[in-house]
Design a protein around this ligand. Structure first.
Ligand code: NAD
Length: 496
């Protein structure tokens, strides 16, 4: 099926890329289905978009924050009306099952309502001055033009986590969606426009990372970069931005551990493991990719997990009853395949899966069998490196302390989970697990928009989305108002 032609959005106008190049948005469940043709933009397009955002900033920053917030609230209402259509289009471009793409749109709706409330807060701080007849306060100011670079696995939720707080704070934006899933960003931004967003406040430049993402990072008029993606690209982005001291918010990879203790509710842990490991076909930054099993329950748990993994129905996410959709593209299939080979070569035991599905209904898509590895040791690459596919490793341990040590023994620090009925162990894990998120008796996935989202170590550089995002999208201004009619010198005139 031939895809519809889309253009960049620059200053409120839809326009083709100056490069004259395009990219295809392909349905991963059926690669003969072209979802759309999108611009493969270059530095010239980025420069136009940044100029439009810079122009729009002059007026958008002066719109009262509660008014900006009203547009976001209206956006949430319109997204709710369009939820089913947008979810279907998202499944077609990205592959995850309909229940999950409905959840992805719902996350953008939740974010819209949450951030809309900030329009009447955006709290600053008022403190007493050390001098008489002097008033002291600090206020949040917008940063300016923000460049945003998004991954493909949450095609609407992640752009909403970036755009909405940036907008309520008075910034203008240029967003480069992931090349595999631009349509959901288009749907999101079109909804903002329909809700009343003025031209130029959000601009879309579609394209590949090096050609369209890198110029955004380097453009001198882009005041900050919000990036979500792999740690390898994030490191590159941060280094390029550092050249002109540009703040960068980085949300990157994970290798998330679920610990199952001997006293855990095993049925609950099993459900959590299946959802954590194979939800979104394992393509979540928070996916459960290591399951640490207490030795006394390891054999039972493993047997049941393998049986349940084999019973999962893999297929087109738009079809009823499908639990696991395709991987997003050929490259992800290659990565999963390569890591399965590495795991076997290092001595891990393939318990199920481990291969691409190619027969019958799978022939036209990029499907990979839900995969479980046993006999994994913490030193193996399959236990340390992000696969970003439906591949989970089982690691046995003897003591709780050992489990915490294994969980922490990697370079990433995004999400962790502990299944236990022991409240003391739960609190110890909350304290000792090196991660931005810890779940107790729930899997490693399932973040809510109004809590801080992000990780430590090679997962992030200290910023947070959700609660905390406004700290990135605003800059503090301290204000002193002297009503004494005399020169008052701080630290001098009031010193003993
Ligand atoms: P990726 O790093 O390949 O790409 C992310 C984005 O960066 C894309 O838009 C891409 O075009 C762009 N890009 C690539 N090269 C660039 C360059 N040189 N300069 C500027 N931009 C460039 O990641 P992906 O495959 O799209 O997404 C998967 C990764 O994202 C996984 O590692 C996953 O863990 C991570 N992720 C993290 C979070 C989080 O919040 N921590 C959420 C979702 C995904």
């Amino acid at each position: 099926m031939a895809g519809k032609l889309y253009h960049n959005l620059i200053g409120g106008e839809w326009m083709a890329s100056k490069s004259g190049q395009t990219l295809q948005n392909i349905n991963p469940a059926d690669r003969s289905d072209i979802v759309g043709i999108f611009p493969a933009s270059n530095a010239e397009d980025v420069a136009l978009a940044v100029a439009a955002a810079k122009k729009a900033f002059a007026t958008w920053r002066l719109v009262p924050a509660p008014k900006r917030a009203e547009i976001l609230y209206k956006t949430g209402q319109l997204l709710a009306e369009r939820k089913e259509q947008f979810a279907r289009e998202m499944t077609r471009e990205m592959g995850k099952v309909l229940a999950e793409t409905r959840g992805d749109v719902q996350e953008a709706i939740d974010e819209a309502y949450y951030v809309a409330g900030e329009g009447r807060r955006l709290f600053g701080v008022t403190v007493p001055s050390e001098l008489a007849n002097k008033f002291a306060m600090s206020v949040r100011m917008p940063v300016g033009v923000i460049g945003m670079i998004a991954p493909w696995n949450f095609p609407m939720a992640i752009p909403s986590w970036k755009l909405f707080p940036a907008l309520v704070a008075g910034n203008t934006c240029v967003i480069k969606p992931a090349e595999d899933t631009p349509l959901s960003t288009y749907n999101l931004v079109q909804t903002l426009i329909d809700a009343g967003l003025p031209p130029g406040v959000v601009n879309i430049v579609s394209g590949y990372g090096p050609e369209a993402g890198a110029p955004l990072v380097e453009h001198p008029d882009v005041r900050a970069i919000s990036f979500t993606g792999s740690s390898a690209v994030g490191s590159h982005v941060a280094q390029r931005a550092a050249a002109n001291f540009k703040p960068v918010s980085l949300e990157m990879g994970g290798k998330n551990a679920m610990i199952v203790m001997d006293d855990a509710n095993l049925e609950l842990a099993l459900e959590g493991a299946l959802w954590g490991a194979f939800g979104t076909t394992g393509q979540r930054c928070t996916a459960t990719s290591r399951i640490l099993l207490h030795e006394s329950i390891a054999a039972t748990f493993t047997q049941r997990l393998v049986a349940r993994a084999e019973a999962l129905s893999v297929g087109n996410g738009l079809d009823d009853g499908i639990e696991v959709g395709p991987q997003v593209n050929e490259q992800q299939i290659e990565t999963s395949t390569r890591y399965c080979e590495i795991a076997v070569a290092e001595g891990a035991k393939l318990l199920t899966g481990g291969k691409r599905l190619i027969d019958g209904p799978y022939a036209k898509g990029t499907f990979f069998a839900p995969t479980v590895f046993g006999s994994v040791t913490p030193a193996m690459r399959i236990a340390r490196e992000e696969v970003f596919g439906p591949v989970v490793s089982l690691i046995e341990f003897s003591t709780f302390e050992e489990a915490i040590e294994i969980a922490n023994s990697i370079d990433y620090g995004l999400s962790t989970a502990l299944y236990t009925k022991d409240i003391n162990r739960a609190f110890t894990a909350i304290r000792d697990l090196e991660a931005g998120i810890t779940y107790i008796n729930a899997p490693t996935i399932g973040a809510e928009v109004h809590l801080p989202f992000g990780g430590v170590k090679q997962t992030g550089n200290g910023h947070r989305e959700g609660l905390g995002a406004l700290d990135f999208y605003t800059t503090w201004k301290s204000v002193y108002i002297d009503s004494s009619n005399t020169l008052q010198r701080a630290q001098i005139d009031n010193a003993e």
